[in-house]
Design a protein around this ligand. Structure first.
Ligand code: SF4
Length: 391
């Protein structure tokens, strides 16, 4: 009965409580969750369109002092063999390659290098903006901002202000993992705390920057921890409205201490069903967030395609490089044509977007009206009207 009432609340468009989100995750069957999440997505995105972006994940350094248990990407500062800092010419070449294939954004994140300070990143951003003024710099993450504030001995707000003035356009929501301290203490005790992560996000929003929010789950946390994480995000979004999108993915074991430890204890990796349940609950619970991204890099193209019926309205990025996740052995480079095929397969029209989720379609003309109507009819059972952009 309780479950039915919660489902009815979702269908009426009412906000659900954390306790109701937990109930849905624990008791609703996957088909019901999918149906509810799809309904919420359809309300927010009536056009049967799924977007994606062409960008490149550029990691200027993998040197890091933070030692997160789940990370297979980083090198300790004394590790001369694995550690690197990209030189300018390499960075320029990577950016030019991105622009040459229609890329509109660089997603820049990296290790917490003990000697690269705020000034180093300011100079880098200025140089990039001078060469490619239209390129969108989706850069850093709250833990990197916290780290720079320690290295440069200034406040996180000042780090953000200086980097924004140098060309940082928006900030990815990396390093959130699970925003519950008891979990962070186990998997990333030296990383930014929950309060720091959330505070940096609010500071960025206060400066007019848009950011994304993420969640990496399926390791040591409970489902209640996931809901608490979503609740913290929803509270920030109520105050600022600064999150453009939410992206979740499951923890990937492989060449990292946390994975080895968990596997030795008999733990098993989250199934696709668990990914779908969590994603669907996130779509239902985060009623103030417009966009949910499917994560094909970690889940694979097939599961990501199914996630489009679990509340996701975006296929993420046709990325040219993904060092952090590929180091853990799950690299899935999905070409643009493949992304578009998958999106069509799920009954939607694929459209290229920018970081603000505005449709740009630089690569070619928009689909013909007839084509879209056909896709729309398949997806919703009725004809679709084309609207040029969504925010
Ligand atoms: S996840 Fe980031 S902060 Fe943590 S060890 Fe890896 S590079 Fe460093």
């Amino acid at each position: 009965m309780e479950l039915q009432e919660t489902a009815a609340k979702v269908l009426r468009g009412e906000r659900i409580t954390p306790a109701e989100a937990l109930l849905l995750h624990q008791r609703a069957d996957l088909a019901t969750l999918g149906l509810l999440a799809d309904e919420v997505r359809r309300r927010k995105h009536p056009q049967p369109v799924v977007s994606y972006i062409i960008d490149r994940n550029l990691n200027p350094t993998n040197v890091c002092v933070t030692d997160c248990g789940f990370c297979a990407f980083y090198a300790k500062p004394q590790d001369q063999e694995k550690g690197y800092v990209l030189d300018r010419e390499t960075i320029y070449r990577k950016v030019q390659e991105t622009v040459d294939v229609g890329g509109v954004q660089i997603l820049m994140q990296g290790g917490h290098h003990p000697r690269l300070d705020t000034g180093w990143f300011e100079e880098l951003f200025r140089d990039l903006k001078q060469r490619w003024p239209d390129l969108h710099l989706h850069a850093m993450s709250p833990p990197e901002i916290v780290h720079l504030s320690h290295v440069s001995r200034i406040s996180t707000r000042e780090v953000l202000r200086r980097l924004q003035a140098a060309g940082m356009d928006s900030m990815p929501g990396g390093g959130a993992e699970i925003l519950v301290e008891s979990v962070r203490e186990k998997i990333a005790p030296r990383k930014a705390t929950t309060e720091e992560w959330l505070r940096v996000m609010e500071e960025a929003h206060g400066l007019g920057m848009r950011t994304t929010a993420t969640m990496m789950f399926g390791h040591v946390e409970t489902v209640a921890d996931r809901i608490e994480h979503l609740d913290r995000l929803r509270q920030v979004q109520d105050r600022t409205g600064g999150f453009t999108a939410f992206i979740d993915w499951t923890f990937q074991p492989g060449d990292n201490p946390l994975g080895d430890e968990l596997l030795a204890e008999g733990w098993s990796k989250s199934s696709h069903a668990e990914y779908f349940r969590t994603t669907a609950v996130a779509r239902i619970f985060l009623d103030n967030l417009d966009n949910l991204q499917a994560s094909f890099v970690t889940q694979g193209a097939e599961a990501a395609t199914l996630a489009l019926r679990m509340g996701c309205n975006d296929f993420g990025s046709a990325m040219l490089e993904e060092n952090v996740v590929s180091s853990a052995g799950c690299f899935e480079l999905v070409a643009v044509a493949e992304i578009e095929r998958r999106i069509r397969e799920a009954g939607f029209a694929p459209r290229q977007r920018n970081q603000r989720y505005q449709i740009i379609d630089r690569r070619g003309p928009a689909p013909l009206e007839g084509e879209l109507e056909q896709v729309g009819a398949a997806a919703t059972g009725r004809g679709a009207r084309w609207v040029g952009a969504k925010g």
